[in-house]
Design a binder for this molecule. Structure first.
Ligand code: ADP
Length: 483
């Protein structure tokens, strides 16, 4: 793989204004999940460097917040442009460390950049209010001010977009950010920091601290300077960070696990539903928190849908993300592969049938065949746990109220999808699903303009959209006596 600009693949972390180079002997090795080869190293940093980055952020944030919104907006806009100018290189770095097909990775860069663009625009619209008051000789004003220093911890499944969706609103609002990227995919984060520097982001405003998650996370959560923690990852780690943040009463933004239902009613357009299921289930090889995890199909069209989905899934080529025509890459690691194998074995042991795939791919490594299972039932592990892999389990249902109850019978509440044409049903079901996001007759809902986030154990807060910036501001009420 040849980058147009090789300086974007940098084996260093950025702590305040200090680049720290990795020592291959002590650093964290980053591997290509498609080949197992080591791509390079990043420094293994800990509490001391995290503290240093937080302190740099504290100092820089004040000056950043004092700039006009337009000045902040212009720098963010430049960052967005640089991302798009380097889209192919950033995509290649992403495929190298994450495994998703190059075309999909390049698509993620555009998606990730769109959050910086959107929040560059939103930076100028953080309006306050003038409220009709309680006394004739006083006025009530409400202003919004940046919350201050923000810490971010991000996952490996979207190594670019999960960062920009947090950094965009934080920096637009006038906050500073200290980021700990996933250790599997730090190079995409570091490349963003390189471009942020080129865009003119002040030194110290955006640090990327690589290293031990536990140590860095502990320092971030314990710090009274950090006023907000924004995290995307598992519910288990999210709950731990929530607990760790309690003593300093931080504001929390949590984007956690999902267990998305995908419901196909008898009156649906079956071909459209198959297309939607392909996207909702197999995007990023099933490794997104909004991936369809349980596919419920109504009796009348179950067999037709199952047959068409199995045929369509058969056309998805699995392989190295750099190879032409590949639609599905490897799973991120061995643990991810084990989970898919466990879910398939559990389902087959309890009576499910393989329509397509069902075993590790002949390519070996962490490749797994795109799989469709029929006759899946609620007693199987796939009904309760997020598979995070290329497994489409088909459940059969007859009754609308019953399928809604099943869809809602989970601790999670992130994304949900359904296909139907009857207008009353569309309203009824959209209102009844206990999920932060509902895709109706579409398998893809994420975009910078819309609020992304979950209910119940899927998290707190919303990212993207005009609501996304709210989590990064404090509301201040000023009562002005006219005496
Ligand atoms: P995933 O299943 O996506 O790997 P994790 O929740 O394990 O989800 O990881 C998401 C992010 O959280 C990663 O950046 C990881 O390094 C970080 N992380 C994992 N454990 C901890 C922890 N105890 N404290 C802070 N961060 C953590």
């Amino acid at each position: 793989m040849q980058l147009t600009d090789p300086t974007l693949l940098r084996q260093s972390a950025l702590v305040g204004d200090r680049w720290i180079d990795a020592d291959p002997a002590t650093g964290i090795a980053v591997t290509n999940p498609a080949t197992g080869e080591i791509i390079g190293h990043v420094p293994k940093l800990g509490a001391a460097e995290t503290r240093e980055a937080i302190e740099a952020a504290r100092i820089t944030q004040k000056a950043w917040a004092a700039r006009t919104a337009k000045e902040r907006s212009n720098i963010l806009r430049r960052w967005f442009e640089l991302m798009m100018e380097n889209q192919t290189d950033l995509g290649a770095i992403l495929t190298l460390e994450q495994g998703k097909p190059l075309k999909e990775a390049i698509g993620e860069i555009a998606y990730g950049a769109s959050f910086i663009e959107w929040f560059a625009e939103e930076a100028r619209r953080v309006y306050g209010d003038l409220v009709p008051g309680h006394r004739s000789d006083a006025r009530i004003m409400v202003m919004k001010q940046p919350i201050g220093v923000v810490a971010a911890i991000t996952p490996w499944n979207f190594p670019n977009a999960m960062i920009t969706r947090k950094a965009g609103p934080a920096l637009a609002a006038g906050c500073a950010m200290v980021l700990k990227p996933a250790s599997q995919t730090p190079f995409s984060a570091i490349a963003l920091a390189v471009l942020a520097e080129r865009a003119g982001l002040p030194k110290g405003l955006f640090s990327v601290v690589t290293g031990s998650a536990r140590e860095i996370g502990a320092e971030m959560t314990a710090s009274p300077t950090v006023r907000k923690l924004t995290f995307t990852g598992s519910t288990e780690v999210g709950a731990e960070l929530y607990k760790q943040s309690a003593p300093t009463i931080k504001k929390l933004g949590l984007e956690l696990g999902g267990n998305a239902p995908f419901i196909v009613f008898d009156d649906a357009d079956v071909d459209a539903a198959v297309d939607g299921a392909l996207i909702a289930k197999f995007r990023n090889n099933g490794q997104t928190c909004v991936c369809a995890n349980r596919i419920y199909v109504q009796d009348g069209i179950y067999d037709a849908f199952a047959e068409k989905l199995a045929r369509a899934v058969g056309t998805l080529r699995t392989g190295n993300g750099f190879d032409e025509g590949v639609m599905l890459g490897p799973l991120i690691d061995k643990a991810a592969l084990d989970k898919v194998e466990e879910h398939v074995a559990d389902a087959l042991g309890k009576g499910a049938k393989v329509l397509r795939g069902g075993k590790p791919h002949a390519l070996g490594g962490t490749f797994y065949e795109a799989t469709v299972l029929a006759d899946v039932t609620s007693d199987m592990a796939v009904a309760r746990e997020e598979t995070f892999g290329p497994l489409a389990p088909l459940f059969r249902f007859t009754d609308e109220a019953d399928v809604i109850a099943q869809a809602n019978d989970t601790e999670f509440g992130l994304a949900s999808y359904f296909y139907a044409r009857d207008l009353s049903r569309v309203w009824r079901v959209a209102e009844a699903l206990e999920y932060g996001m509902v895709g109706v007759n579409t398998g893809l809902v994420s975009t910078a303009e819309a609020p992304f986030g979950g209910m119940k154990s899927s998290g707190l807060g919303r990212e993207g959209s005009r609501y996304g910036i709210e989590d990064f501001v404090e509301i201040k009420y000023v009562c002005l006596g006219l005496g």
